[in-house]
Design a protein around this ligand. Sequence first.
Ligand SMILES: [Ca+2]
Length: 457
Amino acid sequence: MLPFHTFRLRPFAALLAIIPLAVEFAVASPPNILLIVADDLGYADLGCYGSEINETPHINALAATGLRFTDFHSAGPMCTPTRAATLTGKYQQRFGPQFDGALSGKNQREEGLPHGAVTIAEVLKEKGYATACFGKWHLGYQPPFLPPNQGFDEFRGLASGDGDYHTHIDRSGNEDWWHGNEIDMESGYTTDLLTDYSIDFIERCQKEETPFFLYLPHLAIHFPWQGPNDPPHRQKGTDYGNDKWGIIPDPGNVAPHVKAMVEALDASVGRLIDLLERRDLRDNTLVIFTSDNGGYLTYGKNFKHISSNGPFHGQKAQIYEGGHRVPTIVSWPGRIEPAETDTLSHSTDLFPTIAAVAGIETDALALDGADLGPLLFHGDALPDRTLFWRMKSLRAVRRGPWKLCAEGKKVELFRLDTDPGEQIDLSAEEPDQLRELQAAWEAWNRDVNESAKTFAK
Ligand SMILES: [Ca+2]
């Protein structure tokens, strides 16, 4: 009997050894991609990142199923720059200096992300994905610079940087709620409407057995600070340039309004994850949650207690950590082990990461980002890297624990592993380190400016 058992056991044991590999690589169909980008969400605005004010059970649960990043950075400390970088996998400065900051609704209404830029939506669409953008675009204010010309089959939401969450009137008093390339006003709370459209899209894609790429750039928690139960503010035809934050009875404490907005955002994530689970799509969907920049702690002279950036110094529109270190979660049950990582990572990494899981080759695109796949799926360390920021006269470089922050002639050097709050300027003590980072920034700046010539008007 022994030879018989030996004969039977050997192939069985061999099969057992093969099964984990087979499961790992056997993706039934190209995976769906759900990319949720919160707006102005500070590092510590979520429970899973330390908030003691905002209740975020659904995002906390998402973090508990995936990889939670503690050293992830937005490409810019404002909306437009990070969106350009996220969708193209390249530093936004490669498309011109106008992408250093937010595209203005006053004097840049005729501009937008150049059509020559290759977006992640375009490459996924070419691969057979259904693509949708439901949310805030802010990479152009009107056709032909809206999502339908950048690879998205469907678009619902706002083109500008901020709109009233109830009336959908932009800061300049314009109607700003789009269906494709047409204005199509409707009533409803922005966060909820975008979620409704997302659910409808996912259900249709499943029915049609088409893999989907859903880009959901929420307006939440950008001002106007309006929770679902706060009143509408803006009306068509009125300029809100000097009154853009909504109706805040106590400007000294914006937190209750932000709390309602964060919790509506959390409910949206809960509804989407619940849908994916009920529809048996969760195991074949890569879910990414991130923010486009850090939170505001204060705004102007009056508005206080808005967001929390945790231990980090600075806020939105600054190049200190508070301006660009953002909460980021990547979840794919069965493929990504739940864990926390302090891997240095960046908005531009999302394009190559998504492309790789969809089986798309990106070498020819010369992306700036790194494929996070080895980290996500195998826990491997990524190669050392240097990251750069530029917003007009603001400059920053990150390499290992070192961070250079500069504005005009003022230069500071911090060591983040011992000083995460950027309090101790070491520029005088570490002249070699300072020189190296400055030289790296100058070389990067020359490189991106050279690229931008390709897209110059
Ligand atoms: Ca933003």
